[in-house]
Design a protein around this ligand. Structure first.
Ligand code: TRP
Length: 471
């Protein structure tokens, strides 16, 4: 199945690559997930640990994923397999992560789509009612499902056609719009009386809040938000031209992504405290607080809210197509399917998972798998185990099973670009990161409530490992 280097299609432009990778990274993870995790894990301490994970783990892993992808010119499973068949399972684990993340991500994408319409139809009529509206909406049996289906169909339409044109055009306009709107919300938010408390919550650490669970949540979020630990960036790197400077590109993507998350935090928490809301309100946070801010902006509120959720939907789309693409690329490259068939087939199964996730917010809230509902099952399994283990495997693979000279050659584009920190990066990847992830995982699993789910995840990985050569 190995393709010749020269045949590999490449990104049209440097900007195209940067946008695709940044588009994959910036998504619901930044705007929806980051703020609510921050709220659930004590604010500032969570952010500090998260930033540590981004700087010392995430950035290096992103560089490593790009390097492995470009070196092998293969998508994730092929990249591992081409070097060593005992490692195939690490690639397959990534595909499984993408698949499971798609088991809940489109549900939230659907919420965002729905909120575009709701912005114009009474969502903002009463600033105090946004929490009730959200809770009633997600618990309903049919309405959120319809939006999830629409959202998924959008993904399918894009991925079935191959690397996308329209989505790129849309994100070039809407991603900057998202940033501008966040600034507008921040400026508005900090002027509410009582907003200062929210800033303190974001910037004044209370170390007594840290538990093993905080560590695992921050680590998992750093992988999730940067699209790491599942071969997504390996696949994107495989399309990257040899001349491109990998470390510089990775740094800009990480910087943009981190800025996006921090801005979302700044947009939400000052207003949240001003309105006397609860930081640990969970997954509804953006959908409750942001409309409550727009509701206080008078007649431009609804239109701003519409644009905000449109931008969020597009940000989500550029991320979920990268997830679906990993699954589809696997079915095409390793299972010999054609693109359309691979996309339709995987989406049907994904739809089934999404139905369960969506219903677990209401109708099926009593059904538990390893002690959690379906939505949490897919979320916790990927974010708290699979991605971190996937990242750890990648660093072990790059550090111990690839030649140092080859990596150096990749990262300096054959000597054409400087990478002065190569030795530091190499040592981080080879020694520091696997050990830190191992420690976080042990401390985290010891502290976490859902232990049986954790062991189930580890068991799955173990089984994949056993059958690696057959995959
Ligand atoms: N990073 C995206 C977000 O923050 C989600 C995502 C896309 C992702 N591709 C991924 C997460 C690969 C993990 C792995 O919304």
């Amino acid at each position: 199945m190995k393709r010749e280097r020269t045949q590999r299609e490449n990104w049209g432009t440097r900007f195209g690559f940067l946008m695709a990778a940044a588009g994959s990274a910036i998504g619901l993870g930044n705007i929806w997930r980051f703020p609510y995790l921050t709220g659930e894990h004590g604010g500032s301490v969570f952010i500090i640990i998260y930033l540590f994970c981004i700087a010392f783990i995430g950035l290096s892993i992103m560089i490593a994923e790009f390097a492995v992808g470009r070196r092998t010119s293969l998508a994730s499973v092929g990249a591992y397999k081409s070097q060593n068949r005992s490692w195939t399972f690490a690639g397959v684990l990534g595909v499984l992560s993408g698949f499971f993340i798609m088991g809940f991500y489109p549900v939230v994408g659907g919420w965002s789509l729905a909120y575009m319409l709701k912005s114009l139809t009474g969502l903002l009529a009463n600033p105090g009612a946004t929490a009730d509206i959200f809770n009633a909406f997600v618990a309903a049996p049919v309405e959120p499902l319809i939006w999830t289906v629409i959202y998924l169909v959008l993904n399918v339409a894009i991925v079935a056609r191959g690397i996308s044109g329209g989505i790129e055009a849309a994100s070039k306009v809407l991603m900057p719009t998202l940033f501008v709107l966040l600034i507008v919300i921040i400026v508005k938010g900090v002027t509410f009386p009582g907003a200062g408390e929210g800033l303190a919550y974001l910037f004044r650490p209370d170390w007594s809040q840290v538990t093993g669970n905080t560590l695992l949540a921050a680590l998992g979020q750093s992988f999730f938000t940067l699209s790491l630990g599942m071969g997504c960036m390996i696949t994107y790197g495989s399309y990257l031209r040899k001349e491109e400077n990998i470390p510089a590109n990775a740094l800009s993507i990480v910087a943009m992504d981190t800025m996006g998350a921090l801005m979302a935090g700044l947009a939400i928490f000052p207003a949240l405290f001003a309105f006397g809301m609860e930081p640990a309100a969970g997954p509804g946070l953006v959908f409750v607080v942001v409309p409550a801010i727009f509701a206080r902006m008078g007649s431009i509120g609804p239109i701003m809210s519409l644009v905000f959720f449109a931008a969020l939907t597009v940000a989500a789309l550029t991320s979920s197509i990268s997830l679906l693409e990993v699954v589809v690329a696997y079915l095409i490259d390793e299972r010999g399917m054609d693109r359309k068939r691979a996309t339709y087939l995987s989406s049907i199964v994904i739809m089934g998972m999404c139905v369960l996730s969506s219903l677990s917010m209401g109708t099926l809230s009593g059904v538990k798998l390893f002690g959690v509902g379906f939505f949490d099952f897919f979320d916790i399994l990927t974010d708290k185990i699979f991605l971190a283990v996937g990242g750890m495997l990648l660093t072990i693979f790059a550090g111990w099973f690839m030649k140092k000279e080859d990596l150096k050659d990749e990262l300096t584009s054959g000597g054409a670009v400087e990478f002065g920190l190569f030795e530091l990066w190499y040592n981080l990847v080879k020694y520091f990161i696997p050990v830190v992830i191992g420690v976080f995982a042990i401390v985290g699993i010891a502290a976490i409530e859902q232990k049986s789910l954790m062991f189930f995840g580890l068991f799955l990985i173990f089984v994949l490992g056993l059958f690696s050569k057959k995959l």
